[in-house]
Design a protein. Structure first.
Length: 501
């Protein structure tokens, strides 16, 4: 039998070189999950042709989204029970094995199943990366490392489609999955030994299996409804309404389970913590808006401004690049500012104003002005991410760190799916053509030329930007309501009568 873990205070402090090795390893692991969500997009048409099944191609993306979102809070809870190292290595191993199965898939059915398995591994990579940073770095210094995570995520968002398209066009689509194996092996080797020195805060826990199943089932039903609504089925169809009703019922049962279980899957002490609840809600609105804009802004460039597909991808860089700059700057500033909420408060205010400009004048502005406005939007959104993550982690006990971080990431992803579906409903509803999809809309925009770009359809994006501004405004209000607690580890002289930290 393994000896019980040492108390956190009995672990010798990690040297800077060890922290650097840990952070680099978990960034590699996180890069696996982030890259796989973007690298496949440009390769999908080639995959559909080679496997002779275009009809079910959307399931290659949907299967990963379903399992990754549902598994995210489970990894956080299990890492509080079994330790971070064990769960990170499990996530990497599942992800790598499923990647090999994806690369070897002989048909679409096997590929979709393999993508679902891959999501089970990928769902833990980002959340566990943030949790491990919380274990090795005190809250006062944690913001700068959360900025590094944003850099990796943005790099995957920008570079993934380029690499995926190159592999599919010039080499073979299976390489988008084979590339995960050497990266995963390197991340595994870099973290396996050094993570043994992580301070361990886990306590004896019982996993609430019933609660976990109810939460995952409710999530999957909701994601099915959001994925199919307005595309495969009408929003008012019996199928979508049944899925929404099933999801609502399962969420009610999950809430009842939280109130009655001896040790619920998401402890009420975590959910009712005002910093955790309000901070998670704030970042969920902003993160969902970022995902929605990253999907629909390229379409806006093609439909409203008449850019080519490749040019619209390049024009997206200010939005994503601004997010990285804002996140990095806010993370660095957290270690020096007592009132660390001020940076995202100002940033989100500027972002709302920039989106209001685009909503007021969706067509007619110079490309440089549009890109500058989107850069300000990204900059403002990025300032919130490290602040909310560190605030949530700072507000819970060490043995609840995994559960709180996993729950925050889960609701971020879930809100992302909801807001993407809402933006899609605005765009497709405004188009006024039954059965129209985003793919066919982009194709029509490319063939119709300037007439469509200056027509009524371009004005639909006025409401997309207005909806995005409204979501950011809600996030701003919630941020204002979130308590600004002093970060643990702040280096200052102890006050009279107050014990030193």
């Amino acid at each position: 039998m393994n000896p019980p873990p040492l108390p956190a205070s009995d672990y010798p402090p990690l040297a800077h070189a060890e922290i650097r090795t840990i952070v680099l390893g978990i960034l590699l692991a996180m890069f696996l999950g982030a890259l796989d969500q973007t690298i496949i997009a440009t390769a999908l048409p080639t995959i559909g042709r080679e496997l002779a099944d275009v009809e079910n191609l959307s399931w290659v993306v949907t299967a990963y989204l379903l399992t990754a979102t549902a598994a995210t809070p489970l990894y956080g809870k299990l890492s509080d029970i079994h330790g971070r190292r064990a769960m990170l290595l499990v996530a990497i191993a599942i992800f790598a094995a499923a990647s090999a199965l994806c690369a070897l898939a002989p048909n679409m059915t096997v590929l979709v199943i393999a993508r679902a398995l891959q999501g089970l591994g990928g769902g833990g990579l980002l959340s566990l990366a943030q949790i491990i940073v919380g274990d090795v770095v005190p809250p006062i210094e944690r913001g700068r490392y959360q900025g590094y995570i944003s850099v990796v995520f943005a790099a995957a968002s920008i570079g993934g489609p380029v690499v995926g398209g190159f592999f599919a066009q010039h080499l073979h689509w299976s390489l988008i999955f084979w590339i995960n194996l050497p990266i995963g092996l390197l991340a595994f080797l870099m973290t396996n030994q050094v993570l043994k020195r992580l301070p361990r805060h886990e306590r004896p826990h019982r996993l609430d299996v019933a609660g976990a199943v109810l939460m995952m089932a409710a999530t999957v039903a909701l994601l099915f409804a959001l994925t199919w609504g307005g595309t495969r089925y009408a929003w008012t169809s019996a199928q979508i309404l049944a899925l929404l009703c099933a999801s609502a019922l399962l969420w009610v049962l999950f809430a009842l389970r939280l109130l009655t279980a001896r040790e619920p899957f998401l402890p009420l002490t975590v959910l009712t913590n005002p910093v955790v609840g309000i901070g998670t809600a704030s970042v969920s609105f902003v993160f969902g808006t970022m995902i929605g804009l990253s999907i629909y802004v390229p379409l806006y460039f093609e439909v409203a401004l008449g850019l080519s597909a490749s040019a619209s991808g390049l024009a997206l860089i200010p939005l994503m690049g601004g997010t990285v700059v804002g996140s990095t700057a806010a993370g660095q500033a957290m270690s020096r500012l007592a009132h660390y909420k001020r940076a995202p408060f100002v940033g989100l205010g500027v972002a709302v104003a920039a989106l209001a400009l685009l909503a007021a004048v969706p067509v007619g502005l110079p490309i440089a002005v549009v890109c500058s406005a989107l850069g300000l939007v990204g900059l403002g959104m990025g300032t919130l991410f490290p602040v909310t993550t560190v605030s949530v982690q700072n507000a819970v006990l060490p043995y609840q760190l995994g559960t709180a971080t996993g729950a925050m990431n889960f609701f971020r992803q879930l809100f992302g799916a909801v807001i993407v579906a809402a933006f899609g409903a605005i765009v497709l509803g405004g188009a006024g053509t039954p059965g129209l999809t985003l793919e066919t809309l982009a194709a029509q925009a490319g063939s119709a030329g300037g007439d469509l770009a200056q027509g009524d359809l371009a004005q639909v994006f006025r409401w997309v930007f207005a909806a995005a501004a409204a979501c950011l405004a809600v996030g701003l209000v919630l941020l204002a309501a979130m308590e600004e607690r002093p970060l643990r580890g702040r280096r200052r002289a102890p006050e009279v009568g107050v014990p030193a930290e």
